[in-house]
Design a protein around this ligand. Structure first.
Ligand code: ATP
Ligand code: MG
Length: 414
């Protein structure tokens, strides 16, 4: 029969890769808990309008990357390309807009139709955090501190730099936008085709362009700093002060604009030099308009998402799989006692294996093949005296232990 491969841009997570993945999620979950974030899970598909409304009809995600389809009932659905819009939809659907603030953590698969390459897939995975219902810059600082602490706990904070920018409030952005359009109109014919199209619709996104020609022109583009209103400037100052108090180091980078269109004030990215063009491992910002787009009341919010694959690739050594203990009955008569010992070890949380068949020699061979640390050997003698021979496979040393003391004996030497 012809083999069927995985869909382009998707990957199976097996062995070391799955362990990297789990380690990222579990670490993030633990730190998020300490910061008071509760985990939510939302469906992986949504009414397409959840994303088309909120990502902005002109964003790359909506125009080129969404996996959308009509289901058998004719409903237009989309495999979620990101988590934030779905969390806001869930906030409104579950009547939580009056119980604010909500601090939400999530982890799961996302889907975007992109050109697959290292660190860029069509099904990928994100961890994310949203702090909904607080307009204070202290909330932004707390959410960013959470991200930094997760990177720290993963041992990769030193490999990333936090780039920070402000997008101002609406009034600041309108003033800045006009200055941008004026600037880029002057040099329009030198812009990439894509950026020429963005010029009238959403000129700020030209700053996000990866084209070399566009990037050269950006050097002289006006910065938002000069267009900030007094309120926006106060917010920007408040954020930087709070970050310093949280002990979070950052670099101001006026070129950071979030790809999605619903952001205001804070925009940030944790960037690494070691993953080539896929250097942004975690990114976020403030999105004060999004909950209202979902049919809820105007609600301020701040959040971020991190790419689990990219974070996992930065981990120095993935956590090792636990070393198993092999249980080896010396004869068929010893099998019931061996199974009892096997259960005892497993109930104590120790990874334990017994080969399904084979004589004692075969089973000892298998114990070393699976990299067992200990063999628990049980023969007729041991059955009679309710004990086992505990053999340390590295050194070959062996000692007799009572079955009731087996878990403790292994625990002591682990
Ligand atoms: P990029 O500029 O790399 O396309 P983005 O701005 O589209 O990123 P976000 O929507 O901010 O990314 O998603 C947050 C994070 O999710 C990114 O920083 C990255 O780590 C990860 N990510 C985004 N798209 C992919 C993908 N296709 N494959 C793997 N990880 C991804
Ligand atoms: Mg992208």
């Amino acid at each position: 029969m012809e083999q069927i491969g995985p869909v382009r841009g998707t990957r199976d997570l097996i062995g070391e890769e799955q362990r990297r993945h789990i380690h990222v999620v579990e670490t993030a979950r633990r730190i998020a808990g300490a910061y008071g974030f509760d985990e939510w899970s939302t469906p992986i598909f949504e009414d397409s309008r959840v994303f088309s409304r909120t990502l902005g009809e002109t964003s790359d995600v909506v125009t080129k990357e969404m996996y959308s389809f009509a289901d058998r009932g004719g409903d237009l659905l989309t495999l979620r390309p990101e988590g934030t819009a779905a969390i806001c939809r869930a906030l409104v659907s579950n009547g939580l807009t009056q119980s604010l603030p909500q601090k939400v953590f999530y982890a799961g698969p996302m889907f975007r139709y992109e050109r697959p390459q290292k660190g860029r897939y069509r099904q990928f995975h994100q961890i994310g955090a949203e702090l909904i219902g607080t307009a204070e810059p202290l909330a932004d600082a707390e959410t960013i501190a959470l991200a930094r602490d997760i990177l720290d706990a993963l041992g990769i904070a030193g490999e990333t730099v936090l780039h920070l920018n402000t997008m101002g409030d609406l009034q600041s952005r309108l003033a800045w936008r006009q200055r941008l359009v004026d600037y880029f109109r002057e040099v329009k014919e030198n812009l990439s085709a894509e950026s020429q199209a963005r010029l009238e619709r959403n000129p700020a996104r030209i700053l996000d362009s990866k084209s070399a020609a566009d990037q050269a022109l950006m050097a002289g583009a006006p910065l938002i700093e000069r267009s900030l209103t007094d309120d926006a400037r106060r917010f920007w100052d408040g954020l930087r002060t709070a970050l310093v108090r949280f002990g979070v180091a950052f670099e101001e980078n006026p070129r950071i604009v979030r790809g999605l269109d619903y952001y205001s004030h804070t925009a940030f990215e944790f960037v690494t030099g070691s993953l080539g063009a896929q250097g942004t491992v975690l990114a976020g910002g403030r999105y004060d308009g999004l909950v209202a787009e979902m049919g809820g009341p105007p609600t301020p919010a701040i959040g971020w998402a991190g790419g689990i694959e990219r974070l996992g690739m930065l981990l120095a050594a993935p956590p090792a799989a636990p070393v198993p203990v092999a249980v080896v009955p010396l004869s068929e008569e010893a099998e019931p006692a061996a199974l009892k010992a096997l259960s005892m070890l497993r109930h104590a949380g120790i990874r334990a294996e017994m080969a399904y068949r084979g004589n004692a020699r075969r089973r000892m061979e298998r114990a070393s093949r699976i990299g067992a640390g200990f063999a628990v050997i049980i023969g007729a003698d041991e059955v009679a005296r309710d004990c086992a021979q505990l053999k340390h496979l590295g050194s070959g040393t062996q000692s007799e232990v009572a079955l009731e003391g087996l878990v403790a004996a292994i625990g002591r030497s682990a």
